[in-house]
Design a protein around this ligand. Structure first.
Ligand SMILES: Nc1ncnc2c1ncn2[C@@H]1O[C@H](COP(=O)(O)OP(=O)(O)OP(=O)(O)O)[C@@H](O)[C@H]1O
Length: 699
């Protein structure tokens, strides 16, 4: 998030203590922050970025309002027409937010990683079958489907229709009139598409401020205009009553005058078992009061109709109620209808609702919020907002997300936890990550677990991967960059091996640079094929086996793997050697060869790696590569590679050319204007990144 903002606006980098709280609430309140309280207008770029990322079109207009409203503020303040109010965020949200943020890595650490491969589970993958043993780029798998958390509830049993009062009343009408009286339209705002009253109202909500509420109220009272009812409400309530439904209200903060309007609706049961100042209803309290009034009552007999399905607090779905998400088409209410969680169905008016209740079979297509859940934006555990998809792998998808309460950028890997044919890999990968936490060059894991029907892994967001960068650097890297990268790869693989894990899938797509302060550090990710090579109890090495199916990516696999030998540490190290050759030359001799079948092709590549073509490749590469591969290929199956020796080879090559390990890769400092070859989407404004002294890799 921070990098993103820096990139987009040259926005100053925030220290980690600063955090933003934002939530889209029905009133259009967008962002509330303790830190922002006194200087909110400087944060407009932030808000705009949030809105862009959220892609909730509805709120784009709110930003426009804010920007326009800025100009009004000094006048309003000096005229005494505006006062500041404390945050509108209900206090009960804060503990919730903080709980969600509690670091969960402790839990991760306790996850068992089973000896010799994948975790013991019923749909346990066989490592023979999960191999990515195909050099071709595959189409991403057919998309992730995360079933709705609540099964479409048969509505035949519904007895109570619990309606959000914002769906009943046109809350805008009196305020619009009052504000019109207070601020003549021509005075502040000239955009014909938005009235100044909209601006004032929305920005007041946004700021947690009130535009001289007394005056507005006075103006409302003078006109004696309670909010009008949405046109379809009375007729629909009458029909529902006739059909035996009880129509009741979800209590919301309503002014006396609004309550008056509500009372005027015949057939609407008015009772407020909760404190109406609570923005988020407590469903338990609400239900128990309904239960007392209309016993016996089950939760699936209470249909909640709301235009606010933000996943703040417990959602009605989670509380066990069937839910109708009401998105009024063509009204201001449509703009403010927000759903980040699933509902049982969606309606656009009370007429629709009446129809659906009489014809429950008409609910066929999944409701809109379910689609939200599958396609960003959607939210996980009220803590991470998924903004866009950044990648898809064999297992599922990876999303670009932000941690809502800190603004930190994270990547979220998701897989369908109960795919009928595909085994679940992510819990296994999470356990591997847990084992590797703290290793330099391994992304920090924020949380992993299962939510609804998805396995989830939340980790630090990384920057461009090496394949991406190679293409941007015109196909290959300089020797100096290759050496610097190689040294980091060897340093991290040594630590990974020291924790009993072999990676078995070394490839440029699995190495990426970090972000923000780690922008020069190389990270290894994707441990879907990683494996424990030491038995954690006995410390014994996995047994040597032959006739194994291929695993990993053939282009970078060691020659042994092509001939069916069980991979071990030596194969990871050889994979790094092959990867370095690839980065240096931009290609490998076995790319694009033809063979009658895949197995013939794999055998052919293996032969090339053992034969003349490999020797020729080494001959046209710097000398140290020959020594590097001699060492790798002299290792026994269980031998520990001499990482220090290999790194010395790279260091010596650097020294030979008089280069220092200065972390200045090819993609930095090119050209006189300091232009870089970093892919556009990863560019960061270096003015806002503290100078980082990366720790020299010790030998
Ligand atoms: N921490 C991260 N930060 C940023 N992007 C990431 C992160 N993790 C994964 N990605 C992106 O998601 C893509 C897929 O992730 P990953 O490689 O872990 O999945 P996979 O299914 O194992 O992939 P493959 O099948 O290609 O091996 C990556 O290529 C990368 O672009």
């Amino acid at each position: 998030m921070q990098g993103h903002l820096q990139k987009a606006f040259g926005f100053p980098r925030y220290d980690t203590q600063v955090y933003f709280e934002f939530e889209v609430l029905p009133l259009g309140v967008l962002i509330l922050s303790q830190e922002l309280g006194t200087n909110v207008f400087n944060e407009i770029p932030l808000v705009r970025q949030l809105i862009l990322d959220y892609t909730w079109k509805a709120n784009l207009s709110v930003t426009q309002y804010i920007e326009t409203f800025r100009n009004m503020i000094p006048r309003l303040l000096s005229s005494g027409r505006m006062i500041r109010k404390p945050s509108l965020l209900p206090p009960n949200l804060k503990p919730l937010a903080m709980n969600a943020l509690r670091p969960c890595t402790a839990h991760l650490q306790s996850l068992p990683v089973h000896f010799d491969g994948q975790p013991k589970q019923t749909n346990k993958p066989n490592d023979e079958c999960i191999g990515d043993w195909d050099d071709e780029i595959e189409e991403p798998s057919s998309g992730l489907t995360i079933p709705s958390p609540v099964r479409a509830t048969p509505l035949g049993d519904v007895k109570v229709v619990l309606v959000d009062c914002y769906n009943v009343l046109d809350m805008d009408s009196p305020l619009t009139e009052a504000l019109n009286a207070l601020f003549p339209p021509s005075q502040f705002y000239s955009n014909p598409h938005n009235s100044h009253t909209d601006i004032a109202r929305d920005v007041a909500c946004f700021l947690g401020a009130t535009i001289n509420e007394c005056q507005i109220q006075q103006a409302c009272e003078e006109r004696n205009t309670p909010p009008s009812l949405h046109v379809d409400i009375q007729r629909s309530i009458d029909i529902l009553n006739q059909r035996g439904y009880l129509v009741s209200l979800i209590p919301r903060p309503t002014e006396a005058i609004q309550r008056e309007a509500l009372i005027s609706i015949s057939g609407l049961a008015l009772h407020s078992p909760m404190d109406p100042r609570e923005l988020i209803p407590s469903w338990d309290i609400l239900f128990s009061s309904l239960e007392q009034l209309y016993p016996p009552l089950r939760r699936d007999q209470v249909l909640v109709v709301t235009s606010d399905l933000c996943s703040v607090g417990e959602t009605p779905n989670q509380a066990g109620f069937p839910t109708a998400f009401m998105k009024r088409v063509g009204s201001r209410g449509e703009r403010l209808s927000i759903a980040t969680t699933a509902s049982t169905f969606t309606v656009t008016s009370f007429d629709d609702l009446v129809y659906v209740l009489s014809e429950p079979s008409s609910i066929s297509a999944p409701s809109e919020p379910e689609r939200y859940y599958r396609h960003p934006p959607f939210r996980i555990l009220d803590t991470w907002q998924c903004l866009s998809q950044i990648g898809a792998g064999a297992f599922g998808a990876v999303y670009n997300a932000i941690e809502i309460h800190t603004g930190a950028g994270v990547a979220i890997k998701l897989e369908n936890a109960s795919h009928p044919t595909r085994p679940a890999i992510l819990p296994y990968e999470s356990a591997i990550y847990a084992q590797l936490q703290g290793v330099q060059g391994i992304a920090r894991v924020h949380w992993s677990g299962r939510e609804q029907n998805a396995n989830i892994l939340v980790m630090n967001r990384l920057g461009p991967d090496l394949e991406h960068l190679r293409r941007f650097c015109r196909g290959s890297f300089s020797l100096k960059t290759v050496l610097m990268l190689g040294e980091q790869m060897l340093a991290s693989i040594e630590e990974i091996h020291s924790r009993g894990i072999i990676v078995r899938d070394i490839k440029p797509e699995n190495y990426a640079l970090g972000q923000i302060e780690d922008y020069k550090v190389l990270f290894l990710f994707d441990f879907g094929l990683a494996k424990l090579f030491l038995n954690p109890t006995t410390g014994k090495h996995i047994p040597f086996r032959e006739g194994r199916a291929g695993l990993g990516t053939p282009r970078f696999a060691s020659h042994n793997v092509h001939f069916g030998l069980e991979p071990s540490r030596r194969d990871d190290v050889e994979g790094i050697g092959i990867l370095l050759l690839y980065l240096l030359h931009g290609e490998l001799p076995w790319q694009g060869i033809c063979a009658p079948s895949i197995s013939a092709k794999l055998l052919r590549i293996g032969e090339m790696k053992r034969g003349q073509r490999f020797t020729q490749l080494l001959q046209r590469s710097p000398k140290f590569f020959t020594t590097f591969f001699e060492h790798c290929r002299s290792l026994e199956f269980e031998s520990k590679p001499d990482y220090v020796y290999l790194r010395h080879l790279l260091r010596d090559a650097m020294a030979e050319h008089g280069w220092e390990y200065d972390w200045e890769y090819d993609w930095w400092n090119l050209g006189e204007q300091g232009s870089t070859l970093i892919p556009e989407e990863y560019k960061i404004d270096m003015r806002f990144v503290k100078p980082v002294r990366h720790r020299q890799l010790g030998l």
